[in-house]
Design a protein around this ligand. Structure first.
Ligand code: NAD
Length: 285
């Protein structure tokens, strides 16, 4: 039997501009993880369409990409709003006639409401900012993606959708729903050329989640909390998004990858500097 890849395995012919000429929509692409994804995709030759609620962030992100020699356009949209999603869809399709990559990145754990104090209003807010728009934006671009030969969908959710999150179970449930939507979408549309994968984010320094504030001088604490021994940065997430968006991952679909410095893998084990070993109970200290 031949060990050579048949012609339906897309060749990776170059490794420097992996998204050359591809059209990529990144929601929340103005800052944080979405901002890093937009920059890295542009660096790899993508025409990046940034969908961002904050007009200043949208403009700054686009200018930074253009200053670095990349191509990007800003769309000031609230992805929770159906009219805005329709406007985004029209603007992207009018310009390019299609789309190759969609990154659904918008999400928020704030305001963090303890479940006992939560309400139908707070559940609805969690739903709209973490899940509803993933359905809406995916539906807006899925058919055009299929019609132009397929594409890749990358959904940025959270490691909290892949493990128990005591702080905010409603947020965790929304993220778990995004992960399962991703898996199911992949199975349903794989034969139409669509790949869909998710990123279960954790421990990443962004405007939304400031892990450093108040602990500026305590970098020594990180090895106790993250198996990778350090804080994560938006670029750490963007590299995985690039992998999932390109033919580097041509046979990967329906998966949710924790990009978390190993927190999910570590389960309940922590490295204790005092005990100089891993502990999983207070007695271990
Ligand atoms: N940072 C982390 O450690 C972490 C951990 C778990 C999950 N996540 C998830 O990763 C994703 C990105 O998080 P982040 O930390 O980069 O967030 P962030 O708030 O720092 O950045 C999000 C970007 O999206 C924009 N945005 C917010 N609401 C929007 C809307 N309705 N429409 C359009 N744009 C909108 C914001 O203005 C901002 O530019 C989110 O889904 C978040 O839940 C992050």
């Amino acid at each position: 039997m031949s060990t050579q890849a048949p012609s339906n395995v897309p060749p990776v012919e170059k490794w420097d501009r992996l998204l050359d000429g591809k059209v990529a929509v990144v929601t929340g692409g103005g800052d944080g993880i979405g901002g890093a994804i937009a920059r890295l995709f542009a660096q790899h030759g993508a025409l990046v369409e940034i969908a961002e609620i904050d007009s200043e962030r949208a403009a700054a992100a686009t200018q930074a990409i253009e200053a670095a020699g990349g191509r990007a356009r800003a769309h000031v949209v609230d992805v929770r709003c159906a009219e805005d999603v329709a406007r985004l869809r029209a603007a992207v399709l009018d310009e390019h006639g299609g789309i190759d990559v969609l990154v659904n990145n918008v999400g928020d754990y704030r305001p963090l409401v303890r479940f006992q104090d939560s309400s139908p209003e707070s559940w609805q807010a969690m739903y709209e900012v973490n899940l509803l728009h993933v359905f809406a934006v995916t539906q807006a671009f899925l058919t055009p993606m299929i019609e132009t030969g397929g594409g890749a969908i990358v959904n940025v959710h959270s490691v909290e959708g892949m493990r128990g999150f005591p702080g905010e179970p409603v947020y965790a449930a929304m993220k778990a729903a995004v992960a399962h939507f991703t898996t199911s979408l992949a199975v349903g549309y794989g034969r139409k050329g669509i790949r869909a994968n998710g990123i279960g984010t954790d421990l990443t320094q962004t405007p939304q989640v400031d892990y450093i504030k108040g602990f500026e001088d305590r970098e020594d604490l990180w090895p106790s909390w993250a198996p990778a021994g350090r804080l994560g940065w938006p670029e750490d997430q963007a590299r995985v998004a690039l992998f999932l968006a390109t033919d580097l991952s041509s046979f990967v679909t329906g998966h949710n990858i924790p990009v978390d410095g190993g927190t999910k893998a570590g389960g309940g084990w922590f490295f204790s500097p005092e005990a100089r070993r891993f502990v999983n109970r207070p007695k271990g200290l």
